[in-house]
Design a protein around this ligand. Structure first.
Ligand SMILES: NC(=O)C1=CN([C@@H]2O[C@H](COP(=O)(O)OP(=O)(O)OC[C@H]3O[C@@H](n4cnc5c(N)ncnc54)[C@H](O)[C@@H]3O)[C@@H](O)[C@H]2O)C=CC1
Ligand SMILES: O=C(O)C1=N[C@H](C(=O)O)C[C@H](O)C1
Length: 272
């Protein structure tokens, strides 16, 4: 039996789930030991590799995570907010690293994750790519350097199956911009414009969401002033960037103190 960290992937049949199954099973640094899907899913009971249309991987898709989590070093979870909060109860009980890529949490979900993080290492980020996490640092720095003569607008584009808006990444970028300005995003966020909205309010941070086709994920942070404009842009063309980040987080989390961490911690991008 290999002593590589054993990883469970939940949401195994999803766009990210399948990418994670490939990434972990191909990795020389970890081994895939479990695949979870929601009860009633057609893949339950099948080998996950075969269900994905390839060869057997020796891991059967289960709808009962309890035992799998107890025997794991980490769970990687790109599912949905309620499912992630339920999983956090199990990872906290088992003291297992929980890597959370899920987006769309509300305050009550976040409170429950905070409670779970008293017992487990949680690494959560709305975007696990190196590029976006670096972009959050750049966004903060540019926002720090410019005054409110520069209007900040965040534009994101995703595929037509995405269920939450603004994207988790857009919110990370908004938080970074607000942080750079020394304000709270909740106090300055403009999320919906429709009809006679009145003029743009100085100092606010605006969000717009495009949904179409198979767009993987694109984010622009626009700093627009009279006569000039700065645009910081990230374009993801392959979900592998998120899966590689998630696996890195699962390995990084081994042996850490319980608590909530993010990809800035994992990537060592902290600037203060
Ligand atoms: N942080 C990041 O870097 C990224 C985050 N995401 C986020 O990850 C989440 C998933 O995205 P996609 O894979 O595109 O969605 P998807 O809809 O393709 O996959 C979600 C999967 O979770 C499964 N699921 C739902 N409830 C479950 C439960 N109780 N137990 C086990 N599995 C369950 C669904 O059946 C589905 O297969 C979204 O919130 C998305 O925004 C996506 C890409 C990157
Ligand atoms: O749902 C997606 O696809 C993505 N979700 C994340 C988000 O909400 O920002 C990350 C990435 O942009 C893809």
């Amino acid at each position: 039996m290999s002593d590589l960290p054993g990883i469970v992937i939940t949401g195994a049949s999803g766009r990210m789930g399948q990418m994670l199954i490939r990434t972990v099973s191909d990795s020389p640094r970890a081994r895939l030991i479990g695949a979870v899907e929601r009860p009633g899913h057609a893949w339950i009971g099948q080998d996950v590799g075969a269900a994905m249309g390839g060869g057997d991987l020796g891991v059967t898709v289960s709808d009962d995570p309890l035992e799998l989590v107890a025997g794991a070093h980490a769970v990687i979870d790109f599912t949905a907010p309620d499912a992630t909060v339920d999983m956090a109860t199990l990872t906290a009980q088992a003291r297992v690293v929980h890597v959370i890529g899920t987006t769309g949490f509300d305050d009550s979900h976040l409170k429950k994750l905070e409670a779970a993080a008293r017992h487990a290492v949680i690494v959560r980020a709305g975007n696990m790519s190196v590029g976006v996490n670096l972009l959050t640092q750049l966004t903060k720095k540019v926002a720090q350097a410019l005054d409110e003569d520069f209007d900040i607008e965040i534009v994101e584009a995703h595929h037509n199956q995405k269920v939450d808006a603004p994207s988790g990444t857009a919110l990370m970028l908004g938080e970074a911009a607000a942080d750079g300005r020394g304000v709270l995003l909740d106090h300055v966020s403009d999320r919906a414009r429709d009809g006679i909205t009145g003029k743009r309010e100085r100092g606010h941070i605006g969000f717009s969401a495009i949904r179409g086709g198979d767009i993987v994920g694109e984010h622009d942070v626009i700093f627009a002033a009279a006569g000039e404009r700065i645009v910081l842009r990230h374009i993801a063309t392959d979900r592998a960037v998120f899966a590689r980040g998630a696996l890195k987080a699962a390995l990084w989390g081994q042996g850490r103190k319980p608590g909530q961490y993010d990809m800035i911690d994992v990537l060592g991008l902290n600037d203060n």
